[in-house]
Design a protein around this ligand. Sequence first.
Ligand code: GLY
Length: 365
Amino acid sequence: MQQIKMNLPGHEYNLFIERGLIKASSVIICELFKCKKIVIVSDKNVFGIYGKTVVEDLMVHGYEVHTVILDPGEESKSIENLQYIYDKLLGYSANRDTVLTALGGGVVGDITGFVASTFLRGVRYIQIPTSVVSQVDSSIGGKVAVNLKRGKNLIGSFYHPSAVIIDPEVLNTLDERYFYDGMAEVIKYGIIRDEELFSNLEGYKNKNDILANIEYIISRCCDIKKEIVEKDEKDTGERMLLNFGHTIGHGLEAYYDYKRYTHGEAVAVGMCEISRIGEQLGLIKKGTKDRVKEILEQFHLPFRIEGADVEKLINIMKNDKKSFDSGLNFILIRKIGDAYIDKLDLNDVKRLLIAKEDRNGINKN
Ligand code: GLY
């Protein structure tokens, strides 16, 4: 089993990576917790596939196991569901020794982490992520949150899990769209930090190639995330590099009311558009945008803004929660594997986003 240790002041924990680990998470949990009760928070889809395995494995080891099952989807990361989960925990007589377990993707991980950070002023929790995005990104680094009606992740904090249990085999049951959605974040790691990862991804021609190399892919992404989070836990500097493509991406998600693009798809468009803008401003090595575009196409991801009203999109971006008094930060790249943070003149961004549109409002390349 591969282990990656997160070394944060007062928060040391391991990421465990192994095929088939979901069937034996108790091995790790028993080592960590001598508690009586474990409450698993999951969604109907994930619990339907893996719930019985995880619950039975824990019960065999003497834990009293309870469950809270949410509807799948982003809408579940709501204030209403916080109340629902707190009520369930009280109904199970959960106490400060009780351990929460997030079994699912980013939505389940984020809301479970938020509940853990607030219930009885804080209880322990572990993550068992089951999507690509949650295995390489959202389960690691302690960002926990819920959404408000007016925006995603507007209420949140930093609260680290006691362990992250990653079984790459669970990705076999993801549907194509969500599998490639997660690959957008994997591509992001290559672009911001690791040319070699990016080149290897270019060599994977289909899902089978990716799955054959999935342990390497996950562990490389986790290593990069560890390195960045250890230097900037609270997201005031280097950690913002993880938002490459996200400024335009978040804008697009909101522009289409979270209905047209998944998060990864919107980030894919954002990564390609910001690379094109960077190239047109002379900030990036020539040809970089084409490499980004080609890998996104290869991974069945969109790469251009089609027909959106750019003025309106820019206005949405200005209100992003990641904006500061001093303006909006963009994550830019000098070349693949080398990213940095800087401000861009929004008039330039607007001009260059509009510049590519032909009469039908479709980008030319
Ligand atoms: N998902 C970006 C971060 O953890 O900072």
